[in-house]
Design a binder for this molecule. Structure first.
Ligand code: BES
Ligand code: MN
Ligand code: ZN
Length: 479
């Protein structure tokens, strides 16, 4: 999708956004007859009204205030998604968007929803040309859209598309090595540094969590370090992003039960897609922030030499972990990355992971479970970013009792808790490997769609990127 300014007076496809409580601005844009038609359609509860002039198509989109700004903004994004399918059904190539609404940013939100809905993953379709959406370009007028908005929208769309592509690629093509290669090319394109540790280096470092999970695989693990450090960075101490990079999760020897439970497991690297896409966007946007992203990557397989329930592994930090379920692998690879992060003396570490089915069971596919020890201001800033982007956060408590559930009889820790509170016991496990301000985000419920939802097509959603980017764009150093 491309985003451009246009100063043409006529466009074959034109979208007019208007407050549903004030249709007056339409007087200048459509005929009296058309306005009567809009008023009539409005009384029939229609929100997208098509005016077909034969040589052009105008879509009047009524914007309604909801009970909060967050809800209104999301409704506008969703209107964009609805218009996306209308435009493609008309085989439109370009569409001109203008807003007559009183509030700023309506065009942006609408175009965001429209463009994100227009994303397609066609890498494996032999008739991709035929299936490709006709719509390629959104046009804006200079008086209703700023150059900053245009640039931001373009970068956001690119970043989300990258993240979704990574999630949608199957293991067959997206191994741990291929994932690291993808980060390298993103770094080259956007201008951040990417260093990848190979199996030998990971072994020399004694990253016991990553190595244990990798043992059942014939393919090597990788540990990627991405760094964006602009000269004008406001923060002396970096912000570190950590993403779970399990390129496929079979459960290992504690094999996931079939049917269906493995269907989504190519998406178990979604955390890595979120953090890499975010640093990519931050770099393209030239945010004045020093940011580092870490991705421990491997598949979790039940191969010949796979780690087994009962094994006690020594983690990178030196702590020992009794493995009682090889399917609780995410926390093992993340723990090593969280320990690595200590060397940066970070201002804040955030990790993103499809960590537990329990998080999805608790709040479903409409938000992110988060927890951590960051200060209240940081938590508030994160939650605000979540509301702004409608990638909402629910904070879970990290009470001591949950920590008791992962005590081991023979090692420092065990890798599973009891039958309840699974999202939190996973978080409590990670807590053992941090000594800095930290927040954990469990995106198991939201990272992959089995059917289209609003502006998220089937497949990878990149859920979390917009929230995290919004947070970083508003990040100010607290004393
Ligand atoms: N990758 C899964 C979590 C997951 C489940 C992500 C469903 C997306 C959808 C994770 O590695 C896992 O298997 N977690 C286990 C932990 C359990 C064994 C303590 C789970 O949630 O069942
Ligand atoms: Mn697992
Ligand atoms: Zn997993």
């Amino acid at each position: 999708m491309q985003f451009k300014f246009s100063n043409a007076t006529k466009h074959p496809y034109e979208i007019i956004l208007v407050d549903d409580k004030n249709l007056k601005p339409l007087n200048k844009l459509i005929s009296k007859k058309e306005l009567d038609y809009v008023v009539k359609s409005k009384s029939n509860e229609q929100t997208i009204i098509t005016l077909n002039r034969l040589d052009s198509l105008k879509l009047v989109v009524l914007v309604k205030q909801k009970k909060s700004k967050s809800d209104t903004d999301e409704a506008i994004r969703k209107l964009g998604a609805s218009v996306q399918s209308i435009l493609n059904s008309h085989k439109a190539k370009q569409a001109f968007i203008q807003s007559t609404c009183a509030a700023n940013g309506v065009s942006y939100l609408f175009a965001e929803g429209l463009s994100l809905a227009n994303y397609q993953f066609l890498n494996y379709k032999s008739d991709a040309k035929k299936l490709t959406h006709s719509l390629t370009t959104l046009l804006f007028s200079k008086n209703s859209f700023t150059a900053t908005e245009l640039n931001q929208l373009d970068i956001l769309y690119k970043a989300i598309s990258k993240a979704r592509d990574l999630v949608n690629e199957p293991l067959q093509t997206l191994t741990a090595t291929a994932l690291a290669d993808a980060f390298k090319s993103m770094g080259k394109e956007a201008g951040f540094k990417v260093t990848v540790l190979n199996k030998e280096q990971i072994t020399n470092e004694k990253m016991g969590g990553i190595l244990a999970v990798n043992r059942g695989s014939i393919l090597p693990p990788t540990f990627s370090i991405m760094e964006y450090k602009p000269k004008n960075a406001h923060n002396k101490q970096p912000i570190v992003l950590v993403g779970k990079g399990i390129v496929y999760d079979t459960g290992g020897l504690s094999l996931k039960p079939t049917p269906a439970s493995m269907d989504r497991m190519k998406s178990d690297m979604s955390g890595s897609a979120v953090v890499s896409a975010t640093i990519y966007a931050a770099s393209l946007l030239q945010l004045p922030l020093h940011i580092i992203a870490l991705v421990p990557a491997t598949e979790n397989r039940p191969g010949e030499n796979a780690y087994v329930p009962g094994d006690v592994i020594t983690m990178y930090s030196g702590k020992t972990v009794e493995v009682l379920n090889t399917d609780a692998e995410g926390r093992l690879v993340l723990a090593d990355a969280l320990h690595w992060a200590k060397r940066y003396e970070p201002a804040l570490v955030v990790d993103f992971a499809t960590l537990t089915g329990a998080a999805a069971a608790a709040i479903g596919d409409v938000g992110i479970v988060c927890m951590g020890n960051a200060d209240e201001n940081t938590k508030l800033a994160l939650k605000t970013a979540g509301a702004n982007q409608y990638e909402r956060l629910v904070e879970f408590p990290m009470w001591d009792e949950y920590g008791d559930m992962i005590k081991s009889d023979i090692a420092d820790l065990k890798n599973i808790g009891g039958p309840y509170g699974g999202a939190i016991t996973a978080g409590k496990f990670l807590e053992h490997f941090v000594d800095y301000p930290w927040m954990h985000f469990d995106i198991a419920g939201v990272s992959l769609n089995m059917s289209k939802k609003g502006y998220h097509p089937v497949g990878g959603t990149a859920y979390g990127v917009r929230m995290l980017l919004d947070f970083l764009m508003h990040y100010t150093i607290q004393k």
